[in-house]
Design a protein. Structure first.
Length: 95
């Protein structure tokens, strides 16, 4: 019963970043996303993933693996968008 509760929590918790990833990939718009929030979330996810691996806790491992992947995709799009904006400014001669 506890494992099923953990798996349900994993699905619900992982849904947020997954939904944000889908929206981000569709729109390519990351202007409203917070760098600090996504970086701190990724660090926390890595720590929870390590904890789950040490404890051999399948719900923690699955949830944090999925959430880390979707969050990494979002951060990747954010980095790409930032580089594009910086490159655009440089080509216009603005600093």
């Amino acid at each position: 019963m506890v494992t099923y509760l953990g798996l349900l929590a994993a699905v619900v918790t992982s849904a947020g970043p997954l939904l944000q990833m889908v929206k981000t990939l569709r729109t390519r718009d990351t202007s409203g996303l917070s760098w600090g929030m996504w970086i701190s979330l990724c660090v926390g996810i890595v720590l929870w993933l390590c904890y789950g691996i040490i404890k051999e806790d399948i719900p923690l491992i699955v949830a944090n693996s999925v959430t880390l992947c979707s969050s990494a995709v979002i951060l990747g799009v954010m980095v790409r968008n930032r580089r594009a904006r910086v490159g655009q400014r440089m080509s216009l001669g603005c600093n």
